[in-house]
Design a protein around this ligand. Sequence first.
Ligand code: G3P
Ligand code: CA
Length: 288
Amino acid sequence: EDAEAAEGADDDVLNIAHRGASGHAPEQTMPAIEKAADMDVDWIEMDIQMTADDELVAFHDVEVDRTTDAEGDLKDFTLEELQEMDAGSWFNEEHPDYADEAFEGESIVTLEEVIEALGTDENYYIETKDAHLYDGIEEAMVELVEEHNLIEEDSVIIQSFEQDSLHKVQELNDEIPLVQLLWWEVEEDEEGELVMDEWLDVTAAPDEMTEEDFAEIHDYAIGIGPHLEYYDGTEVIDEDFVSTAQDNDLDVHIYTINDEETMERLVDWSVDGIFTDYPDRLNDVLGR
Ligand code: G3P
Ligand code: CA
């Protein structure tokens, strides 16, 4: 029974499929999103940007170059132009172990296509990505989630690195749960020591965040989404940071964790959620 109780505690950790099950299929295309749903994840994470003709699409980079066969800024293309691009073949080249001919020619999808395909049985953890580039993205997103009853169904979280964007969403509809994403850069100082540098809307390094900093976020958000590691693997937050945030009534969802050992460590830290490209691995760790 004790073991069951411990497993029960693990159940509290949300399994958040990062860009869909993007380790298994091209990020943010229908195969990745459907695989995430098949893995019974708690949330399907998507980055949302806006096309030249004001449609909301699931796409991570500002430029289309990395994950399509075209070049240029996403915002300069219409939806029709974007949906002609091949958003799948790159994956087969980058991830031969998971390659599948069926991914060739996969399309960029709109947020509405995803919601209409999967309905409110699935939960959508959607990011206003590079929101400062897209005038009206918050209005369009709130309208869409209202139209599809996602708020009443507890099927939506809106996340952003940009505090202004979350404030706009809150002004439009204060019932939508919001998560403030965080990013800290690690840089060498003049002596060659690694020092933390804040970026975007974070006011302080993790170990310098005050109760006021957390309270400011708590004013509009239910939680924070910090990264665990800098690009070189340096860990930028620790268990103390997680519990301090939680003591300040903020849930902590950490991105992007793909190895089971780290997942286990974060479960031991009692984080509230983990973003992963491999939700199947997190399911294994959580005993689901
Ligand atoms: O939204 C959480 C995580 O996805 C943030 O990083 O760059 O993958 O959007 P990114
Ligand atoms: Ca994201």
